[in-house]
Design a protein around this ligand. Structure first.
Ligand code: ADP
Ligand code: MG
Length: 347
């Protein structure tokens, strides 16, 4: 009999996702010279030539990452692709292929999976990505989707989480917090529906929020825009877990601190009004909400004229030389330390 000699039991919720990944992957050594970047960025980077390959993978689990009572399967398929493409764009790369693996219980009829794949095909056609493989198996209950995206980037254009330097400007695309609020609105509707299935729903005030939750778009356009503007970010990451968490990643990998200005954080009008209605602090939502799939990057100060005034970009802060100080400069003036309150699927 094989006995587990290690009798101690550490709860995963004590560690959280990032510490768990660090802990489990510490023994990993790279045996091949062309494994340029292993664990620790939005994509792995492979290849020593002028062109490098990018690889990223994400697993979505029913009940953890999505709830089919308000997530139409077609949207789920589309979003599952976006989540992966976003990581390729976060390396300043172009996504070219995906593989899709599903585990599905017999609760799902064929028509349901057709819907899921309609979303996947739509994403592939819109973003010019080829579906080239995958795997299909059964699950005891629920649906799991794992997508791997493959991309490429010129070696000199590849942008990592590391590379930010003190005084670089911190820039974010689009606006933040809407996807999280969309989820709150949908959760609320679900609860109303459970109490009274005949209740009529008035969602006109939340259309943008719901769209950001159910049909996010990965920022392929930004990779092209940066190239057109001849701006190469010094570091970059996509916003999946929330602004706080992603800023901390950039700072940790780059060995810098950061000053983020609360009044510069871009918010849509629906985010502001819904926060007022639900009595939520819009800054907290933008910082910790997640699932925005916007890009967060740093640029050298000399590149400021190239991005200035562009409606796609908001300069929200700058990097500093003290890695101990990753701070939010609040509207009132006081600085507060930024702490990650992102996603912890084990808590
Ligand atoms: P992202 O949010 O950009 O998808 P993650 O936070 O999921 O990135 O992952 C951070 C890094 O850890 C990535 O390089 C990812 O490939 C790696 N990683 C995550 N889970 C595992 C695992 N179970 N084994 C090995 N590497 C992992
Ligand atoms: Mg990422």
């Amino acid at each position: 009999m094989l006995e587990d000699k290690n009798q101690s039991r550490t709860s995963l919720s004590e560690l959280g996702e990032f510490k768990l990944i660090d802990h489990l992957t510490k023994p990993a050594v790279l045996h091949h010279k062309d494994s340029v970047k292993g664990i620790g960025d939005d994509c792995a980077v492979i290849g020593q030539g002028e062109m490098q390959n990018l690889i990223t993978t994400d697993l979505l689990v029913e009940g953890i990452h999505f709830d089919l009572s308000y997530m139409p399967l077609k949207h789920l398929g589309y979003k599952a692709v976006m989540v992966n493409l976003s990581d390729v764009y976060a390396m300043n790369g172009i996504a070219k292929q995906i593989t899709v693996s599903i585990a599905v219980s017999n609760r799902f009829p064929l028509e349901a999976l057709e819907e899921l794949y309609a979303g996947i095909h739509l994403a592939c056609n819109t973003y010019k990505v080829d579906l080239v493989g995958g795997d299909t198996t059964s699950s005891t209950k629920g649906l799991l989707i794992s997508i791997t995206a493959i991309g490429e980037v010129e070696k000199e254009k590849c942008v990592y989480r590391e590379g930010a330097r003190p005084n670089d400007l911190l820039v974010v695309t689009g606006d933040l917090g809407a996807a999280y609020l969309g989820l709150q609105v949908l959760e609320r509707e679900k609860q109303v529906f459970q109490v009274n299935p005949n209740a009529t729903h008035e969602l006109d005030d939340y259309t943008y929020l719901i769209e950001r939750q159910l049909k996010p778009e990965a920022r392929k356009d930004i990779v092209k825009l940066l190239a057109d503007l001849e701006v190469r970010p010094t570091s970059m990451i996509d916003i999946s877990d929330g602004l706080s968490s992603e800023i901390l990643h950039l700072c940790k990998h780059s060995g810098t601190g950061c000053q983020l200005f609360e009044d510069k954080i871009p918010l849509d009008q629906q985010v502001i009004s819904t926060c007022e209605e639900l009595n939520l602090d819009s800054t907290t939502i933008a910082m910790s909400g997640g699932e925005d799939y916007e890009l967060l990057f740093t640029v050298k100060q000399e590149d400021y004229p190239k991005i200035k005034g562009n409606p796609n970009f908001s300069v929200i802060g700058h990097m500093t030389d003290d890695p101990e100080r990753v701070q939010l400069v609040t509207r009132g003036g006081p600085k507060v330390d930024i702490v990650a309150q992102g996603w912890n699927s084990f808590s």
